[in-house]
Ligand binder design. Structure first.
Ligand SMILES: Cc1cc2nc3c(=O)[nH]c(=O)nc-3n(C[C@H](O)[C@H](O)[C@H](O)COP(=O)(O)O)c2cc1C
Length: 279
């Protein structure tokens, strides 16, 4: 029998390609609005290129591509986390090419860079989530009782406004199994908003990354973070939310935090439809 230490070692380039492939698989599993999975992935010259797939944009729900971009941010973080788990530091270039508007991020594994990890404290999981979100350049605004009531009212208002639009209803029918977008089951232990200083595409992308990082940290403490964007999608509800809460920044996503609530499993696109590998 050959002792494992005598087996040929995969060289650095092969290890890197293996790590990039695993990162692409994880990115393709990321959550997205209505499970649209609006991304295309490309492994090219030792890096993972994450593109937005604008053909999967929800024109009525998301005319600005705010939520599409946040969804791609989720895929970017999933890839980052995978590379970190493989021991790589990652250099992320966001919107690297002004002439390729659909190229949202390029991830280059760098064995010499430090691995980006969130340190966990003992017990203060919400504090850990806040620290993790801040590390992504985003802020966490935890809602108090009064604010929760307001958000619930504004959510209802946003839902009514969106449902007045037949194109929106057609999108729900096309992208969800039963025309119902709300997959949330179980009580919310805590509600929080992700807030960014700016309101540009790069902020939307970072909000998606921050959601995933928050989710990773909360999961380590047994909490489940579920994103929701309905109240953000409707401009009037978003503006009221911002005013009523006195937010200095821009709300990008509502996080509903629960414990052990389950939703049915959702499918993902086949990897061959999402990933292109070039030498
Ligand atoms: C940017 C974004 C916005 C989302 N908005 C909502 C929402 O408003 N309501 C909801 O129930 N789920 C929302 N989700 C969750 C998706 O519906 C869910 O991730 C997708 O259907 C896949 O399901 P899974 O994450 O359970 O695999 C959102 C997810 C993302 C990434």
């Amino acid at each position: 029998m050959v002792h494992p230490s005598n087996l040929p070692r995969p060289d650095a380039a092969a290890r890197r390609v293996g790590a990039l492939r695993r990162a692409a698989v994880r990115a393709a599993q990321a959550p997205s609005v209505l499970n649209t999975q609006p991304w295309q992935l490309r492994i090219h010259r030792g890096a993972l290129h994450v593109h937005a797939d604008h053909r999967r944009q929800l024109a009525a729900l998301d005319p600005q591509r705010r939520v599409l971009t946040a969804s791609v941010g989720c895929a970017v973080f999933a890839a980052r986390a995978s590379l970190a788990a493989d021991g790589y530091g990652v250099v992320v270039r966001r919107f690297p090419d002004p002439f390729a508007a659909d190229l949202l991020a390029v991830l280059e594994p760098d064995a010499s860079a430090t691995v980006d990890a969130s340190a966990l404290s003992d017990g203060d999981w919400l504090g850990d989530v806040r620290t993790a979100v801040t590390a992504e350049g985003v802020r966490l605004h935890v809602l108090d009782e009064l604010e929760r009531g307001l958000v619930s009212e504004l959510n209802g208002q946003a839902d009514r406004i969106e449902n007045l639009d037949p194109t929106y209803r057609a999108e729900l029918d096309a992208w969800t199994p039963n025309g119902d977008r709300d997959r949330v089951v179980g009580a919310d232990e805590c509600l929080a908003l992700l807030v960014t200083d700016g309101d540009e595409a790069t902020d939307w992308l970072r909000a998606g990354e921050a959601m995933m990082r928050a989710r990773q940290v909360a999961a380590a403490a047994g909490h489940d973070v579920r994103p929701s964007t309905q109240v953000i999608e409707v401009a009037s509800a978003r503006a009221r939310l911002r005013r009523a809460l006195g937010l200095s920044g821009h709300p990008q996503m509502l996080l509903r935090v629960g414990r052990g609530s389950s939703t049915s499993a959702t499918n993902r696109r086949r990897l061959v439809d999402v990933l292109v590998e070039e030498s």
